[in-house]
Design a protein around this ligand. Structure first.
Ligand code: TYM
Length: 351
């Protein structure tokens, strides 16, 4: 297994990122460790399974940005990931900008990706809005870089939230066409990656609007819980979360048409490892005056230790730089053979 995933270092790590993706990164890192141990015990390679996690800083320049803020946010995001449990000794943790193979492979794949495929990407439509003519080329070709990110490492599994599913389908299409056009069936250049989307937290919604996803780009900070929020802020945000006046239902069907209630119950379920029915078994009939404080306490209890670790780590610039340098060196090494094969398959001569 080769697990690969990324996060843009824009703004804070929020609850949607954590439940939709990062929590699974940590789980997969731990599973990988167990699998490697079992393989080593059986006499095989102890390095066979690997996780690579990266800061998608190159993706972040597809939208207007302030360079100094990007630099600071990249380092903060490293601290946040380590605080959440990503261990740079067990996983390869790096930023794209230090691994030029990402940009190189993006260009090599650009001959294979089709205009029509990219034109159908909903993220481009959403982010360019009415100003499509004024959108950057990078925003349009963004999914080709994302394909390069995973194909470069022969990723088998890509843990992401639901909003990244379309980009990963595109990565598979690009890989398949490249293999068909430039390689033999017996010896393909790229592995087709599988998205891994957690069913219980595929799409965490805004605390202010249950029909919009929780997002870093929402102008209202009250719409999301950030890892950097202190306990009082987290509790305040949960208590002020938009809800309706009805008590919670006793069965999941009763949440239909109540997106805000559904979202809060889903968050509670994701944190406790219960299903929706289980949470409603406990809280069915209760009002939000009872449920919100219970949810707030659960969040604070789970996230406070990570927030404390994050605050410690983010001040240690030297360690963060060292983590990225070490991760990037390892990533460049792993990427080398696939990048060479891609050049070769296309008939490009490299000295
Ligand atoms: P980004 O930085 O927007 O988000 C990082 C991860 O968090 C997930 N996520 C959510 N999951 C559930 N509910 C939400 N409200 C929510 N908001 C965010 C995202 O699905 C993602 O898994 N393009 C990517 C970064 C990227 C990448 C890649 C990911 C670049 N290359 C290669 C995987 C593989 C992005 O902008 O994610």
């Amino acid at each position: 297994m080769r697990v690969v995933s990324g996060i843009q270092p824009t703004g804070n790590l929020h609850l949607g990122n954590y439940l939709g993706a990062i929590r699974n990164w940590v789980r997969m890192q731990d599973e990988m460790e167990d699998a490697n141990r079992a393989q080593a015990a059986a006499g095989g390679s102890a390095q066979g399974n690997q996780c690579l996690f990266f800061l998608a800083d190159l993706h972040a320049i597809s939208m207007p940005h302030v360079p100094a803020e990007l630099r600071a946010a990249t380092l903060e995001m490293v601290a946040a990931l380590v605080a959440c449990g990503i261990d740079p000794d067990r996983s390869v943790l790096f930023n794209q900008a230090q691994v030029p193979a990402h940009s190189e492979l993006q260009w090599l794949l650009s001959g294979t990706a089709r205009m029509g495929w990219l034109s159908r990407m909903t993220q481009f439509k959403d982010k360019s809005g009415k100003n499509r003519e004024g959108a950057s080329i990078a925003l349009f070709t963004y999914p080709v870089l994302q394909a390069a990110d995973v194909l470069l490492y022969q990723a088998t599994h890509v843990p992401v939230g639901e909003d990244q599913k379309q980009h990963l389908e595109l990565a598979r299409d690009i890989a398949q066409k490249f293999n068909n056009d430039f390689a033999s069936d017996e010896d393909p250049v790229f592995t087709l990656p599988e998205p891994y989307i957690p069913p219980e937290a595929a799409r965490i919604m805004s605390l202010r609007d249950g029909t919009a996803k929780m997002s870093k780009s929402d102008p209202s900070d009250m719409s999301r819980i950030n890892l950097s929020d202190d306990a009082d802020t987290m509790m305040k945000k949960v208590k002020k979360a938009k809800t309706d006046p009805e008590p919670l239902p006793s069965e999941a069907a009763g949440l239909e048409g109540r997106p805000e209630a559904k979202n809060l119950v889903a968050i509670y379920a994701a944190f406790t490892g219960q299903d929706i029915e289980g949470v409603l078994g406990e809280f069915g009939g209760a009002g939000f005056g009872t449920f919100k404080p219970a949810l707030g306490e659960l969040l604070v209890e789970t996230l406070a230790p990570m927030a404390a670790r994050f605050n410690e780590l983010k001040a240690d610039r030297e360690s963060l730089d060292a983590i990225l340098a070490r991760g990037a060196a390892r990533a460049r090494e792993i990427a080398g053979p696939t990048l060479s094969r891609a050049y070769q398959a296309l008939g490009l001569i490299r000295g």
